[in-house]
Design a protein around this ligand. Structure first.
Ligand code: FE2
Length: 237
């Protein structure tokens, strides 16, 4: 199928994702059976808890994982990425060295934020990233309380050029009915630029497979292919 997973935590012992190489191998093998053969590895970065996960560290660990997969005869391609936590600290950066873009060679950046209401500094962060030439892709807006409280936020962000990455988890029933309904609506309304697994570890695998299947049921395989192959391919350079 040639799918690309644009969001996961498969780098072993790096963030709150896979704790071991065995877990990483189990997850990647399972995704291969779902039609994935390319993976951006997107560990958390930028948040206080993960401040030591720099793009340079991610690249080193991706290279280590690549060697392990080759030794295991698992034929997939890997690229470094990152899930950047928006914070006022971004505004103090002098350059893009700490910003993990897709592939660490593109102008697309995956970002998340968990504030209950959308703070003014988040707008400033998006301005900062865009002024440095990046397109911001907001991870899993359906899971964000700020979006659920104020759905018009999606329009405001879209008007500013922000793209949206939906998660397979809520579509597979991992969260509340409210989050499921929102993710279904966003998917049907064509709000998402791409779908990612945000899979952390093997106990997420069944749910993510259900999410992918549910997405196909809702909008058809052509649209799911657009969100897991065509659009992610724009980032795979
Ligand atoms: Fe994530």
């Amino acid at each position: 199928m040639n799918r690309i997973d644009v969001h996961n935590h498969f780098l072993p012992a790096t963030d709150d994702g896979c704790a071991s190489i065995a877990d990483s191998l189990e997850c990647i093998r399972a995704f291969v059976t779902l039609g994935y053969n390319r993976f951006f590895l997107t560990p958390h970065t930028g948040a206080l808890d993960y401040g030591d996960i720099t793009p340079a560290l991610t690249r080193t660990r991706v290279e280590q994982l690549r060697k392990t997969l080759a030794a295991e005869n698992i034929h997939v391609e890997l690229r470094p990425g990152g899930e950047l936590r928006l914070s006022p600290d971004i505004l103090k950066l002098k350059d893009l060295q700490r910003i993990p873009t897709y592939g660490h060679n593109t102008n697309y950046c995956l970002a998340d934020i968990w504030e209950l209401t959308w703070p003014a500094w988040a707008d400033a962060c998006i301005d900062w990233l865009q002024n440095h030439g990046l397109t911001v892709i907001l991870a899993h807006p359906e899971r964000m309380a700020a979006v659920r409280r104020k759905p018009a936020l999606m329009d405001q962000l879209a008007q500013r050029g922000v793209l949206f990455q939906g998660n397979l988890g809520p579509l597979g029933g991992s969260e509340s009915k409210e989050v499921l309904a929102l993710s279904e609506r966003f998917l049907k309304d064509g709000r998402y630029f791409m779908l990612g697994s945000d899979c952390h570890r093997p106990d997420h695998l069944f749910n993510r497979a259900c999410g992918l299947r549910h997405a196909v049921t809702l909008v058809g395989s052509d649209e799911v292919n657009r969100l897991t192959i065509t659009n992610p391919s724009l980032l795979w350079i």
